[in-house]
Write a protein of this length. Structure first.
Length: 252
């Protein structure tokens, strides 16, 4: 089953109008200059920039996503943003369950599942993030942790079209450290088997699994050539046009 590589950028809480729009346009220009690419690209700016970035990218194959959404469609949730609002302003994707949401806001698998379900129900595709902490890794719990996160965070209705799973070891995010290629492949293979138990082999074999955690132009090529790695979720390096683009160009 061929899976088209997805290179996704998570800008986190970075970017003002002047530099955010320039960054998005810079990536769009790279795609345009390349003509056809063998990979898809997605950028997830902060909420404040989504509308203007989506407008700036009109006509580009570059997709726009958000970094989170609420579990409800509307209502008394001061400060929150719903999936349908994101869809309304031009998002086609939303990241749910990023480790920074899980740790900063105590979001558990049940909450991530609710977010994924509502996002899919309004027509958004999700990037569902999972991954072990350093303590869990040190106590050899990685496999158990990711299996439980797949069971708890991925909707039973997930398909290869509406769902992408990102394996992001928490200790690798923003640290410059990464697991070995063998470790990444092993975990991704387990994730795919766990998805097969939940969704069936056909869906599991078609769902894209991204690796995230200190991916950069230097390590991307090897990571992206692993059999069960179908792209990257990139934080820091997605804030620089040339680095983000170079990661995509490293696709096999
Ligand atoms: C992330 O936050 O999703 C991430 C992978 O960050 P970084 O690439 O900076 O490690």
């Amino acid at each position: 089953m061929s899976r088209r590589t997805l290179i996704a950028g998570n800008w986190k809480m970075n970017g003002m109008s002047f530099d955010g729009i320039a960054l998005a346009k810079g990536v769009a220009n790279k795609i345009k200059a390349a003509g056809d690419t063998s990979f898809d690209m997605l950028i997830c700016p902060p909420y404040t920039l989504i509308s203007s970035v989506a407008a700036a990218l009109s006509g580009s194959p570059l997709s726009v996503g958000a970094q989170d959404c609420h579990t409800e469609e509307n209502g008394p949730h001061t400060g929150d943003i719903s999936a349908s609002m994101l869809k309304d302003i031009g998002c086609s994707f939303v990241i749910v369950g990023h480790s920074e949401r899980r740790s900063n806001y105590g979001e558990n698998d049940a909450k991530v599942l609710s977010k994924a379900k509502i996002a899919n129900s309004v027509g958004l595709n999700t990037v569902i993030c999972i991954g072990e902490t350093e303590t869990e890794r040190d106590s050899s719990e990685t496999i158990n942790v990711v299996k439980a996160q797949i069971l708890g965070s991925v909707p039973d209705s997930a398909t290869a079209k509406n769902t992408v799973v990102a394996y992001e070891p928490v200790w690798a995010i923003g640290t410059g450290r990464t697991p070995t290629n063998d470790e990444v492949q092993k975990v991704h293979a387990v994730i795919r088997s766990q998805l097969a138990l939940k969704l069936g082999a056909d869906t599991a074999n078609s769902i894209r699994l991204l690796y995230g955690g200190s991916m950069n132009p230097e390590n991307a090529k090897e990571l992206l050539s692993l059999p069960d790695v179908d792209g990257g979720l990139i934080g820091g390096a997605s804030l620089r046009v040339n680095d983000f683009w170079a990661i995509g160009e490293g696709c096999p």
